[in-house]
Design a protein around this ligand. Structure first.
Ligand SMILES: Cc1ncc(COP(=O)(O)O)c(C=O)c1O
Ligand SMILES: Nc1c(O)cccc1C(=O)C[C@H](N)C(=O)O
Length: 410
């Protein structure tokens, strides 16, 4: 009965949001409800064809001339501009290539050079591990002290010693969405810079980098941007910082005159100076093709759909699991695009759900993480997921001893 009600509500909501249902722009296996687009986005329909053409016609037929004739050389900034549309960055401020970890190293070093004489990097506890490691690594290299504060404490912890505040816009575990405008403004009032990690927000919700005067930002291409496994990451350098942007990893692709093969390094004008070496062109062009899945849709529309889906999912879970312990904020303004649940048998739940075709993921120590990539999910999919969850719990499928051996990728 309860699930019949949910079916009816889902149908009504899917009808209301029909305009933003982009499911036919993605290739997903039948019978799977994919709730892991916050780790690896689904495959956009246009990507296999685009890659086939890049491989056969560009690489295979036109060979090295493709660097010019097919725009390979300019792709890092061109694809950066396409990402910029989704994260509120005007053209010429985003460059694509390398991993988020590399871009974060680069951004923090640039921040150190922009704020000489300040000795503290302020971040939060429990960030995604690579962010922790990079912050510690760069701090050791430039002589910063690492300080941790919760996002709520950050404004009070800012002082004349803080060079930069580094935070994830959306927490990878709980899905908590931070107050990017407020924290950025507070950092600036204290003379500090901000570096935002957008891995879990880009492509899912409006970021407004330019509108909120963000200094530097990084993010990956393979989650809500759907660029594919190992898709290149990106870095944002606000136009006002580009002239003084010091590239700690200078490589020939970021040189002002790369084909002059000059002896000394002179950085290119604009965001191109953040380029490093030759980018993984097939992955970069796959990402470019993937971004076309957003054509005709604004990020505000993606967000409206995502909020409807995540609040519906939360309600639906609460209906069938009345004692559900949600790690994700209930308040729409504070929730990214996922719903995470705490449960002592979280690992078993995730595995048992996957056996029923509902793919989410487990995050240590006790989280069932359900990512909601709005363009390719419907409210009806979420009822199917909740129905599976009810069955898993009802039949104790999550306690199956088969789930005691953990896989490498969970
Ligand atoms: C917040 C955050 N930062 C960074 C990364 C990844 O960094 P990289 O692209 O270097 O693997 C992830 C996910 O893997 C993440 O969730
Ligand atoms: N980048 C990943 C990978 O190469 C393998 C498995 C997972 C990932 C992820 O992106 C994890 C993701 N950042 C997370 O939020 O957990």
């Amino acid at each position: 009965m309860i699930l019949d009600d949910l079916d009816a509500r889902a149908a009504a909501l899917d009808a209301r949001h029909a305009q933003t249902d982009l499911r036919d722009r993605f290739l997903l296996p039948d019978g799977v409800v994919y709730l892991d687009g916050n780790s690896l986005g689904a495959l956009p329909v246009g990507v296999p064809e685009a890659i086939e053409s890049v491989v056969r016609e560009q690489w295979g037929r036109d060979l090295i001339g493709s660097w010019n004739t097919h725009g390979w050389w300019d792709a890092p900034v061109r694809v950066g501009d396409a990402i910029g549309r989704l994260i509120g960055a005007a053209p010429g401020q985003v460059v694509v290539g390398d991993s988020t970890s590399v871009r974060l190293h680069q951004s923090l070093h640039a921040a150190a050079a922009l704020r000489p004489g300040r000795g503290v990097v302020l971040t939060e506890p429990g960030s995604f591990p690579t962010d922790e490691y990079v912050v510690a690594g760069v701090a050791a290299q430039v002589g910063w002290r690492v300080e941790h504060a919760t996002p709520a404490e950050i404004p009070a912890r800012l002082g004349s010693e803080v060079a930069v505040v580094v935070l994830s816009h959306v927490d990878y575990r709980t899905g908590e969405l931070l107050d990017l405008p407020g924290i950025t403004a507070a950092a600036h009032d204290a003379g500090a810079l901000v570096v935002w990690d957008l891995c879990h927000s880009a492509g899912a919700l409006p970021v407004g980098l330019d509108a909120h005067d963000v200094d530097l930002a990084v993010g990956c291409g393979y989650k809500y941007l759907n660029g594919g496994p190992g898709a290149p990451a990106y870095g944002y350098v606000a136009a006002r910082h580009q002239d003084a942007f010091v590239n700690v990893l200078p490589g020939w692709n970021g040189h002002a005159e790369p084909f002059a093969m000059a002896e000394g390094y002179v950085g290119a004008a604009g965001v191109a100076r953040a380029r490093i070496g030759t980018p993984p062109m097939l992955s970069l062009l796959a990402l470019e093709a993937a971004l076309r899945a957003f054509d005709g849709m604004t990020i505000e529309e993606v967000r409206a759909r995502s909020l409807s889906l995540t609040s519906f999912l939360r309600d639906a879970i609460a209906t069938v699991v009345p004692d559900a312990d949600f790690a994700s904020p209930q308040d729409d303004r504070r929730r990214g695009s996922q719903v995470a649940l705490r449960h002592p048998d979280a690992y078993g739940i995730v595995q048992a759900l996957a056996a029923r075709g509902v793919v989410g993921d487990f995050r240590t120590p006790d989280l069932v993480r359900l990512g909601v990539a709005a363009p390719y999910l419907t409210h009806a999919d979420l009822v199917a997921a909740v129905r599976a969850l009810r069955e898993v719990l009802r039949h104790d499928e999550h306690l199956d001893p088969a789930w005691t051996t953990r896989n490498v990728v969970t």
